[in-house]
Design a protein around this ligand. Structure first.
Ligand code: IMP
Ligand code: MG
Length: 170
C-alpha cells in the first residue's frame, strides 16, 4: 500500500486546524459532532487540538458499501445532545460526492441549529460533487480510494496511523 499522507503530516495539519478552529469559535459555544465510524481518530485528535471548552457528541452514518456510494444515507445511531440553538461543527473523514454532509447539514438546519459548519480531513477531487464547500479541509486528494486513520474498506484498515492508497484488485 502506498502512503499518501503520513502520520506526521496528519499530526501537523490537525494542529493547524485546531488553531484555526480555536480562533473561529472563540466567541461561539462549540459543539463538535463526529460522524462515526470513519471520523473517529480525526475527531479525537482534532478536538484535543481545539483550545476551548466544547461539547462533543457522535452518531453513526453510512452511505458506502465496499468502494461505491449507495446514494442512500443510513443513520445507524442517534445523538445524545440536542442540535437546536447550538453552533455545530460536523467532523467527517472524507468528502467524496458530498452527499453525506449535504443531507446532515440540511437536517441540522431544519432542527434549529444556530450554525452548521464542516471540517473534513480529506477532500476528494471529483466532478460529481453534490456539495462542494466544506468549511475546513485537511488535505485535497485525487479521486482514488483511500484507507487508514479511520477510513475503511469493508471495515478493515481503520487502525492504520497514516492514509494509504488501496490498490484495487480486479
Ligand atoms: P460522500 O457522501 O459521497 O461525500 O461520501 C462520504 C463518505 O463515504 C465518507 O464519510 C466515507 O465514509 C466514505 N468514503 C468516501 N470515499 C472513501 C474512500 O476513499 N475511502 C473510504 N471511505 C470513503
Ligand atoms: Mg464515513
Amino acid at each position: 500500500m502506498d502512503v499518501l499522507v503520513s502520520a506526521e503530516s496528519i499530526r501537523q495539519r490537525v494542529a493547524e486546524l485546531g488553531t484555526e478552529l480555536t480562533e473561529y469559535y472563540r466567541d461561539q459555544p462549540l459543539t463538535v459532532i463526529c460522524l462515526l465510524n470513519g471520523a473517529l481518530p480525526f475527531a479525537a485528535d482534532l478536538m484535543r487540538a481545539i483550545d476551548l471548552p466544547l461539547w462533543y457528541d457522535s452518531f453513526a452514518v453510512s452511505s458506502y458499501v465496499s468502494t461505491k456510494s449507495t446514494g442512500e444515507l443510513k443513520i445507524r445511531s442517534a445523538l445524545k445532545l440536542p442540535v437546536k440553538d447550538r453552533h455545530i461543527l460536523l467532523v467527517d473523514d472524507i468528502l467524496d460526492t458530498g452527499f453525506t454532509l449535504h443531507c446532515i447539514i440540511r437536517d441540522f438546519a431544519q432542527m434549529g441549529a444556530l450554525s452548521v459548519k464542516s471540517c473534513v480531513l480529506l477532500n476528494k477531487k471529483v466532478d460529481h460533487k453534490l456539495f462542494a464547500a466544506p468549511d475546513w479541509v485537511g488535505f485535497e486528494i485525487d479521486d482514488e480510494f483511500v484507507v487508514g486513520y479511520g477510513l475503511d474498506h469493508n471495515e478493515k484498515y481503520r487502525n492504520l496511523p497514516y492514509i494509504g492508497n488501496l490498490k484495487q484488485q480486479g
